[in-house]
Design a binder for this molecule. Structure first.
Ligand code: ADP
Length: 191
């Protein structure tokens, strides 16, 4: 299996690159942000709880997202691999993911980290907010809160994978196609 962690701050382009990667490598896309928004759309109890935190730009509790990922791994037993997008976002989530995959005799193949500066991120998210309908994209204060959450809680996840020699950093500015080519190069090297 090819199991990729796509890593980077909000607005780095993880969703866009995921779509390209799914097509090329026939992977299952697991975005915890999408899964949570799906719960909200369905009006579940989990969705109601998550919505409050998401609208404030805060992370939802580790147990919640780990539980969702655990279900998805179980539901997709015979696939070519997964793209983890927006997960793991804390070191506790990264450890839980390693354990979950190990229980399926699987492992993370590599991590690809997209690097984009704060000014560009804010610009991209505000632009996306114009038609994404996402409340967390509409307000500059919330956007800055999300970037701050990323810096304090999520950045250590890169070290976690670096310690496993699985960290690949790519500059996330430039054309979508150029960035995609760089990601594909990294994947070809490990395949
Ligand atoms: P972005 O990467 O653009 O911030 P996401 O769609 O990945 O957007 O996430 C939106 C929100 O959902 C986050 O701000 C957070 O509140 C919540 N969320 C998504 N994934 C996780 C996660 N792995 N752990 C905790 N909260 C998460």
């Amino acid at each position: 299996m090819l199991n990729l962690v796509l890593f980077g701050p909000p607005g780095a382009g993880k969703g866009t690159q995921s779509q390209n990667l799914i097509e090329k490598f026939q992977l299952v896309h697991l975005s915890t942000g999408d899964l949570l928004r799906n719960e909200i759309a369905n009006g579940t109890e989990l969705g109601l709880e998550a919505k409050k935190l998401m609208d404030e730009g805060k992370l939802v509790p580790d147990e919640v997202v780990i539980g969702m990922i655990s279900n998805k791994l179980r539901e997709n037993a015979n696939v070519k691999g997964f793209i983890f997008d927006g997960f793991p976002r804390t070191v506790a989530q990264a450890e839980a993911l390693d354990n979950l995959l190990a229980s399926h005799n699987q492992r993370i193949s590599t991590m690809i980290a997209l690097e984009v500066d704060d000014v560009e991120l804010e610009k991209r998210l505000l632009l996306r907010g114009k038609d994404s309908g996402r409340p967390d994209d509409a307000n500059p204060e919330i956007i800055r809160k999300r970037i701050a959450e990323y810096k304090s809680k999520t950045t250590p996840v890169a070290n976690y994978y670096q310690n496993q020699n699985k960290l690949n950093t790519i500059v996330g500015k430039g054309s979508v196609d150029d960035i995609f080519s760089k990601i594909v190069e990294i994947i070809q090297e490990i395949k």
